[in-house]
Write a new protein. Structure first.
Length: 91
C-alpha cells in the first residue's frame, strides 16, 4: 500500500487502498440516502463492510471499499470497454 496526503480541508495523510480497490465516501443528509447509494455500488462491485460516521453540520458520512476487479453488471461492461485518454488524477 502507498501513502498519500489528501490536501482537502480537515483531512490528513492516509493509506491508499490495495491495487484494484477504490475507497468511496458518501455524504448525505440522512443515513437512508447514504445507504441507498452504497446499495447501488454493491450491486456493481464487491465491497467491504461499510462504515458510517456523523458528518459535519449534520447528516451522515458513509465509507466503503469496493473491489473494482470484481465488477458486475453495468460497471463491468463500462470498465472493460473504457480506456483512459491520458494519465490524470482528476475525474
Amino acid at each position: 500500500m502507498e501513502t498519500y496526503t489528501d490536501t482537502g480541508a480537515g483531512t490528513d495523510a492516509r493509506t491508499l487502498p490495495a491495487a484494484g480497490h477504490a475507497e468511496v465516501r458518501i455524504v448525505a443528509a440522512s443515513p437512508e440516502a447514504a445507504r441507498a447509494v452504497a446499495e447501488v455500488l454493491r450491486r456493481c462491485f464487491a465491497s467491504a463492510e461499510q462504515r458510517s460516521y456523523p458528518a459535519r453540520h449534520g447528516g451522515t458520512r458513509l465509507h466503503l471499499t469496493v473491489d473494482t476487479a470484481s465488477a458486475a453488471g453495468p460497471a463491468h461492461s463500462w470498465l472493460t470497454s473504457s480506456r483512459p485518454t491520458a494519465d490524470t488524477d482528476e475525474v
